[in-house]
Design a binder for this molecule. Structure first.
Ligand SMILES: O=CC(=O)O
Length: 331
């Protein structure tokens, strides 16, 4: 009998790839559970998902069955051995519950780098030049806001600090280097493949003190919740800017809003929020910030790349017993 693969979410762009990659080697079924209870029931003996060995998962499934938390992971039949998450960030999956149950988790690093870094670059340009407020002014029939250039700067020569120089941070560094901006970064360790114009700061405080713009690129984990808090925000120069395309909870939102209110921060550019799709209404009152509804990877090219990457991990698991993109906690 062909091994069963369960799609938990939706394959949107890679329908043909599913047939090519998994068609010859697996039976592919798609979940149809409207609720968490129905989903869990499916893994009981003789349930509709019984015998599944690998799962493709994306974040849209959370709308119906919630996160892959301990209850869900513990509820899987013992046949489940691999979860291929379709996304770079896997904060909706309890990695420790997976480890305890002997399930390998993979994600889609690399596939998201261009699109996510482009989103960060857009927020960087929009906030430094203060473009968002000008579009609003035009739409209100007022043409340019008065004295606009006093709020707007060139990117050339300014300092971009990157917190977390992984694939997305590195791609943003390359894009911003073109102005050129001065690029500095802090990661837990010096990144061996960082270009020589990318300056490493072993101490985050030293990096923050030099930054005109801080761009956040760290994953959400228990130890990164509120990482960018009051103390770090106040280490930034007065009039600096924060960009966040990582996860909302990595920044202490109250501390960030206080710094916007008292003018310590000139602006922020946000693609992510602590409780998506909710957006703190206090943010909507700032005309000088740029807000996007989690657009990081929202292109058909990137979404197809991500789907193919997740499906390839499942194919490699079935044919080789391993996959390329096992998450760092399991390496
Ligand atoms: O936010 C998008 C992702 O984690 O891939």
């Amino acid at each position: 009998m062909a091994p069963r693969i369960l799609i938990v979410g939706k394959i949107v762009w890679a329908d043909e790839d599913v047939k090519q990659l998994l068609g010859p080697i697996a039976e592919v079924i798609t979940y149809d559970s409207p609720t968490r209870a129905d989903f869990l029931q499916g893994f009981k003996p003789n349930g509709k998902y019984d015998g599944v060995v690998g799962i493709f998962r994306d974040n849209t499934s959370a709308d119906h069955i919630g996160f892959f938390d301990k209850e869900i992971i513990d509820g899987f039949s013992s046949s489940v051995k691999w979860i291929a998450h379709n996304g770079a960030g896997y904060d909706q999956i309890d990695v420790h519950a997976c480890i305890a149950k002997g399930i390998t988790l993979s994600n889609t690093p690399g596939a998201v780098d261009d699109a996510s870094a482009t989103t960060a670059l857009y927020l960087l340009i929009s906030t430094v030049r203060q473009y968002a407020i000008t579009e609003r002014s035009l739409r209100e029939g007022k043409w340019k806001p008065k004295g606009h250039s006093s709020r707007s700067h060139d990117l050339t020569g300014r300092t971009l600090a990157i917190l977390g120089l992984g694939g997305i941070g590195l791609r943003l560094a390359e894009l911003a280097h073109a102005f050129p901006m001065r690029i500095i970064y802090h990661s837990r360790n010096k990144v061996p493949n960082a270009p020589e114009w990318c300056e490493y700061f072993p101490k985050v405080e030293d990096m923050l003190a030099e930054a005109d713009v801080l761009s956040v690129h760290v994953p959400l984990r228990a130890d990164t919740v509120g990482l960018v808090g009051e103390k770090w925000i106040r280490k930034l120069k007065k009039g600096s800017i924060i960009i966040n395309t990582a996860r909302g909870k990595v920044i202490d939102e109250d501390a960030m809003i206080r710094a916007l209110e008292d003018g310590h921060l000139a602006s922020v550019g946000l693609d992510v929020y602590p409780n998506e799709p909710e957006v703190n209404p206090r943010l909507l009152d700032f005309p000088n910030i740029t807000l996007l509804p989690h657009m990081g990877t929202e292109t058909q090219d990137t979404q197809r790349k991500m789907e193919v990457r997740a499906l390839t991990n499942l194919k490699d698991f079935i044919t080789l017993g391993k996959g390329k993109d096992v998450v760092v906690e399991m390496k």
